[in-house]
Design a protein around this ligand. Structure first.
Ligand SMILES: NC(=O)C1=CN([C@@H]2O[C@H](COP(=O)(O)OP(=O)(O)OC[C@H]3O[C@@H](n4cnc5c(N)ncnc54)[C@H](O)[C@@H]3O)[C@@H](O)[C@H]2O)[C@@H](O)CC1
Ligand SMILES: [K+]
Length: 213
């Protein structure tokens, strides 16, 4: 157990050490991340599972989201996926998760109307990979999420919050709770990040190992 608070670069370093030196595969970490999000939702919001919508970007944060969607689908919860990323830029892990989602025929759409009846939204657009202001379709998606009255659970970071400064990068998801992985992030405790994150849950049993502890 640690109260370490890390930047995006530090977290990438720990992820890479865990994957390449310890040898825990990236998809195993992704599964652990998704299980942590599922468990927190089951624990904190069991009455809001009528209609879950996972909003997924095309990176690994989106991959986490697709795995969460699959876990809920398997458990019999009604879940749909709103894809907002560019499929041409999908990470390998994201593609793997998307193939699994397609096997299970979990509904996927790019139409924001799917948010209208959501009782719980999983924000899996951007995590620690955010590196520029939010524009275009991503901004519209965040606006649409913030306009619902659903519970919003952010995966790792509320999308739109700078991991290192907590600043809003144009627009950001207002989360009810944020499940962040391995260590807390500077951007979740500084500036606007603290209020956008809602309640912070640190999934600290991922197997991630900090070399200096
Ligand atoms: N193996 C790993 O490294 C793990 C990563 N995990 C998840 O992966 C996340 C990081 O994944 P990624 O590095 O793929 O990054 P993200 O999924 O956060 O972002 C995806 C990509 O979006 C692009 N982007 C950044 N800002 C943008 C903007 N404003 N508009 C449009 N595109 C933008 C960048 O090219 C970035 O790589 C973590 O936050 C965590 O949720 C977890 O699955 C645990 C294991
Ligand atoms: K997110």
């Amino acid at each position: 157990m640690t109260d370490k608070i890390v930047t995006a670069e530090e977290m990438r370093h720990y992820d890479s050490y865990t994957i390449n030196t310890i040898g825990i595969p990236s998809l195993v970490l992704m599964e652990r991340a998704a299980l942590a999000v599922r468990d927190e939702i089951l624990h904190a919001f069991p009455l809001n599972l009528k209609n879950v919508v996972v909003v997924a970007g095309s990176g690994n944060n989106g991959g986490d989201g697709l795995a969460v969607a699959r876990l809920f689908h398997i458990a019999g919860v009604h879940v749909s996926i709103l894809n907002v990323g560019n499929p041409d830029h999908a990470s390998d892990e994201h593609q793997t998760q998307d193939n699994i989602v397609k096997y299970y025929q979990i509904p996927e759409t790019t139409d924001f109307a799917v948010l209208n009846n959501a009782t719980l939204i999983v924000d899996a657009m951007f995590g620690i990979g955010i590196d520029r202001p939010i524009t275009g379709n991503y901004a519209e998606a965040i606006k649409a999420i913030n306009n619902t009255d659903a519970i919003v659970v952010a995966v790792d970071m509320p999308s739109g919050i700078n991991t290192d400064t907590g600043e809003v990068m144009g627009i950001a998801v207002k989360a009810t709770a944020t499940v962040t992985f391995a260590y807390n992030k500077v951007g979740l405790v500084k500036n606007d990040g603290a209020s956008y994150a809602g309640r912070i849950v640190i999934a600290n049993d991922m197997g991630t190992y900090a070399i200096d502890e």
